[in-house]
Design a protein around this ligand. Structure first.
Ligand SMILES: [Zn+2]
Length: 257
């Protein structure tokens, strides 16, 4: 039994990996019902799940699931402790918490871009999850964790993508990469070059400034710093070489230039 269970899991995982880009570490979103079932079945999730899925796993949950478990009181205290040991993935219900089921559904919206697994015993939630293609579903039956086979919706979606009608998020990313690698997509380099040309536009402005100063100082296209130095040098040279000449003459010579 164990071997066939593992074989099925391997097959299903391969399907999700190949078609939807599911990768390790597998992100498992646990709800309260799954935690409760794990507690009752005395299932050591942290030990069993990586072994069963043959890869690194991350047990995750959301604030809404934790809040729901807190609100349900003593009966679910053990389940709450299990959930509290999970990593908390941020959901969009920052201000007002929603039910655990609603929250987990929101986490797998828009094609499940974070490749979450949903782990639940809630039949209604399971049905809703199965309606969204590409979401691996985990549940506990007879005290063992089972990865559900891909849902009919998921299989139909994959068939549609194979026939070219639809593209999953994962496939779109792959297509983008391939196009970039083969140079079919213009990368951002030429744009940058254009921008650089545009940036070099302000040069005429600096030319204008130069022209004005050229008229004043009678110098060719020398930058400002050099001009300043030259002026200083001139003054120094005049001061050193012709100490007897009056200041008024210096002023005149400067004005002539
Ligand atoms: Zn939430």
């Amino acid at each position: 039994m164990k071997i066939t269970r593992q074989k099925h899991a391997k097959k299903h995982l391969g399907f999700f990996r190949y078609n939807f880009g599911v990768r390790e570490p597998y992100q498992l979103l646990l709800d309260g019902t799954f935690c409760q079932a794990a507690l009752r079945g005395r299932i050591q999730l942290r030990e069993q799940l990586p072994r069963y899925l043959m890869g690194e796993t991350q047990l995750c949950t959301t604030r809404c699931v934790l809040k729901e478990l807190e609100s349900l009181g003593k009966e679910l205290y053990g389940a709450k402790l299990i959930a509290q040991r999970c990593q908390v993935r941020s959901c969009s219900h920052f201000k007002d918490a929603v039910s655990g089921a609603e929250c987990l559904l929101s986490m797998i919206e828009d094609g499940n871009p974070h490749h979450f697994f949903v782990a639940t015993q809630d039949q209604n939630l399971s049905l809703q999850v199965k309606k969204k293609p590409g979401v691996p579903l985990l549940f506990i039956i007879q005290n063992t964790v089972v990865l559900d086979k891909p849902s009919p919706k998921t299989i139909a979606f994959v068939k549609a993508t194979e026939s070219g009608h639809l593209f999953s998020v994962h496939q779109k990313q792959n297509i983008k990469k391939l196009k970039e690698e083969q140079g079919l997509v213009k990368t951002s380099e030429p744009k940058k070059k254009r921008k650089r040309k545009g940036v070099s536009g302000p040069n005429p402005l600096s030319c204008l400034k130069k022209k004005k100063k050229v008229q004043d100082s009678n110098q060719s296209s020398a930058p400002e710093k050099k001009r300043r130095k030259r002026i200083r040098n001139r003054n120094r040279i005049k001061a050193l070489s012709v100490p007897s000449v009056r200041q008024s003459e210096e002023v005149q010579s400067n004005s002539v230039h």
